[in-house]
Write a protein that binds this ligand. Structure first.
Ligand code: EPZ
Length: 425
């Protein structure tokens, strides 16, 4: 018998109060992985306590990188001998494990990393990661489900890497590989998500000259040795966006603190379109929702466009809107596993290719639903905040991958939400 967690949510009226945002999962992952490049201990601050962070630290430990957590600070030490194999059992738990490819090639000269495989909503190739390593001179092949790579004699060499598609992961991997390569590397059509900028800022603070941070063209001059400096992880913009959607859907009044409003322009604009009153401070966003929310259209795009990681949560909001909303995902054209579950809660959502057409319904009603991935589970909880009766969300291990103590944070602002243990399938 397997015992698993589920989350029970009941509609409980408008959320009110303050929510403090944690460090960003997607910024912490590549920065923690960069520890492989250092021969001295590295201290990273504001690291959230999440399943994905634990998975990464387990992988790093397997490679020979020791880590100690003291509250929100993690000290990582890769000064000892390192191995170069990232096994399937760990990589299958978290795609971002592929980030070890670049730093292992740079530090150890070889890497054997399991292919991450697909996710709940379809194939997620790593061809751009492989292309970048090959441009830096590595020999790369895929063998029995593993990316097998070897650096050229004398180590990786600087090069021009041009990404056909803007990729957060491939840009991070290329950055991690080229900061200690011989000579200069140019990354063209690099991703400019805040998480990518933050990695570049960390590496630059540790001594790697990087020009063009925040632009789609990065120039990196490789250095022999990086010198660690303590570095804080930026706030999680998707966690902040999720709480703003929770305020909007309940017609509540939430002040989201310890966040970066400048990282959420597209999301804030859509919330305004939905009729929310938005006030931003230096590190805070106040959102006052008005019901019913107005209908709105979203088309996801690379940053600074609308983030695909907020599409599901905004679909929950649109499902109680006053008109027809259209949500198009151009990053992951089949990222719609949450649709059937929202329909179970009474939403009217129909797919037309990579567009979800959401028609107004009088209200949602609680039901048993199943989370399929991290953001889908967040959307089901957001919807459950306004559904009549109880919503029972199973497979919440997905939510623990990317949200720190979500039910506690929601309860503190008036939500009726609890976590229960139950027998699993
Ligand atoms: C990052 O994934 C995030 N994950 C994702 O968040 C996020 O959805 C995504 O960026 C887009 O914003 C982390 O940061 C750990 P990409 P990543 O490479 O790096 C295609 C969450 O919920 N592509 O920018 O994997 C790809 O298929 C997660 O926190 C290739 O074709 O995304 C997609 O269509 C889910 N070949 C597009 O590029 C490649 O080699 C963008 O993907 C790589 C990507």
């Amino acid at each position: 018998m397997v015992v698993i967690d589920a989350i029970l949510v009941k509609g409980n009226g408008p959320l009110r109060g303050e929510v403090a945002i944690s460090g960003s999962k997607n910024a912490a992952l590549p920065i923690l992985t960069a520890a492989i490049l250092f021969r001295d201990p590295v201290s990273i601050d504001n690291v959230p306590e999440l399943r994905d962070i634990t998975t990464l630290l387990n992988l790093l430990s397997l490679l020979g990188v020791r880590s100690v957590r003291r509250g929100k600070r993690i000290v990582l030490d890769a000064s000892g001998p390192l191995s170069h194999e990232a096994p399937y059992d760990l990589v299958r738990k978290m795609r971002a494990s592929i980030y070890v490819l670049g730093p292992l090639l740079a530090r150890v000269g070889e890497a054997r990393v399991s292919l991450p495989g697909g996710c709940a909503w379809g194939p997620r190739p790593v061809d751009l990661h492989i292309m970048a390593m090959e441009k830096l001179g590595a020999e790369v092949s895929v063998d029995h489900g593993y990316v097998v790579a070897k650096s050229p004699p004398g180590g990786l060499r600087g090069a021009t890497i041009s990404f056909g598609t803007s990729s957060v992961g491939a840009t991070c991997n290329a950055l991690l590989a080229c900061v200690t390569a011989k000579g200069e590397t140019t990354l063209e059509n690099a991703a400019i998500e805040p998480e990518v900028d933050s990695l570049a800022e960390f590496l630059a603070a540790c001594g790697a000259p990087i020009d063009g941070i925040g632009t789609r063209t990065l120039h990196v001059r490789g250095v022999d040795r990086l010198r660690p400096v303590p570095f804080p992880v930026i706030p999680d913009r998707i966690e902040a966006g999720t709480f703003l959607a929770a305020a909007a859907i309940t017609g509540g009044d939430l002040n989201v603190t310890g966040c970066r409003p400048d990282h959420l322009d597209a999301v804030l604009q859509t919330l305004r379109d939905a009729g929310c009153e938005i006030e931003t401070g230096k590190n805070s966003i106040r959102c006052r929702g008005s019901l019913p929310p107005k209908s709105f259209d979203i088309t996801t795009a690379p940053y600074p466009g609308f983030p695909t990681d907020m599409q599901a949560q905004m679909m929950a909001l649109a499902s109680i809107g006053d008109g027809v909303s259209r949500l198009t995902d151009t990053i992951y054209t089949d990222r719609f596993t949450h649709v059937a579950e929202l329909v179970r809660l009474g939403a009217d959502v129909r797919l037309e290719g990579n567009t979800a057409v959401v028609r107004p319904v009088g209200g949602l009603s609680g039901a048993r639903v199943m989370a399929s991935d991290l953001r889908a589970s967040a959307a089901l909880i957001v919807a459950g905040l306004v559904a009549k009766g109880q919503t029972h969300v199973s497979r919440v291990y997905h939510i623990d991958r990317g949200y720190e103590r979500i039910e506690e944070k929601l309860r503190n602002v008036g939500a009726s939400i609890e976590r229960v243990r139950e027998e699993g399938p």
